[in-house]
Ligand binder design. Structure first.
Ligand SMILES: Nc1ncnc2c1ncn2[C@@H]1O[C@H](COP(=O)(O)OP(=O)(O)OP(=O)(O)O)[C@@H](O)[C@H]1O
Length: 256
């Protein structure tokens, strides 16, 4: 069963076709890797899925319902969470506060309730705390919950970003280059976290340059080149695919 379906997706910028009639599906519960050499169209696809760009043609549907035309916050609210290439944490808040603040937008207690600290609000506050605790433990950064986010090691900051996204109960999480800037050990830990997320029932779309990470964690991989899908398959199939090898050899041999 598919959670997300991308069909005939096309986006042009002036005379340049950044994404051209791209089709792929993400199955419920899988880790799908989206890769391609520089300028292949990965970021554009990502922006089309999350509603930052509108496609010129084609469709994106979440659980059978088109999200094209919806604002990014509406798409986020319908169950697609994302992380950013650059870190966007609240540096002067603690780790725990960063996660809890992300969930407050979803809490139901209104203005009167907050003024009078109703029982309902206390209950919600407790639930928010419990979710934050559970997700921080999952990402193995619970022990630094009282540190300011800006004081965390780089790898932990990236994990915290993922936790913030997880705490909004997404059906699908899109990770945008999560291994960027990580050292080998941190990348290894990240791979473990991505698999743990999938095992907890959340579908993952992974957009990533680091080929060893993509090959290691993805159940399936979609490859873009010059805005077009050139291959789709298991990591083994992709590794042996002539078109993929050619696309990478022409551009960034070292990555492959
Ligand atoms: N806002 C924009 N305006 C004009 N051209 C754009 C815009 N965004 C992307 N492009 C162009 O579209 C093509 C695809 O770019 P995109 O950023 O989606 O590729 P990418 O696969 O994410 O590349 P990278 O791995 O380098 O981030 C490139 O030729 C790029 O220059």
């Amino acid at each position: 069963m598919n959670i997300l379906e991308v069909s005939q997706l096309t986006k042009t910028f002036g005379g340049l076709t950044a994404v051209s009639s791209v089709d792929f599906n993400i199955r419920k519960g899988e880790i799908l890797g989206l890769i391609g050499p520089n300028g292949a169209g990965k970021t554009t696809v990502f922006n089309l899925i999350t509603g930052i760009y509108q496609p010129d043609q084609g469709d994106v549907s979440l659980e059978g319902k088109s999200v094209v035309g919806s604002k990014p916050h509406v798409i986020a609210g319908s169950g697609i969470a994302r992380t950013f290439q650059t870190i966007r944490l609240f540096g002067t808040m603690t780790v725990l506060e960063n996660v809890m603040s992300g969930q407050h937008v979803r809490s139901r207690a209104g203005l009167w309730a907050s003024i009078f600290q109703s029982r309902q609000q206390k209950k919600e506050e407790e639930q928010i705390y419990q979710v934050a605790e559970e997700k921080l433990k999952l990402a193995k950064i619970w022990h630094v919950r009282n540190e300011l986010a800006k004081n965390l090691a780089y790898g932990d900051q990236r994990r915290l970003e993922i936790v913030r996204a997880l705490a909004t109960f997404p059906k699908l999480i899109i990770l945008d280059e999560p291994a960027g800037g990580l050292n080998e050990q941190e990348s290894f830990e990240l791979m473990g976290l991505i698999k743990t997320i999938r095992d907890s029932g959340i579908t993952v779309l992974l957009i990533e340059h680091d080929m060893s990470v993509v090959m290691n964690v993805s159940d399936r991989i979609v490859v873009l080149d010059n805005g077009e899908k050139i291959a789709e398959g298991t990591p083994e199939e992709i590794r042996a695919n002539e078109k993929v090898i050619e696309a990478y050899l022409g551009k960034q041999e070292d990555d492959f």
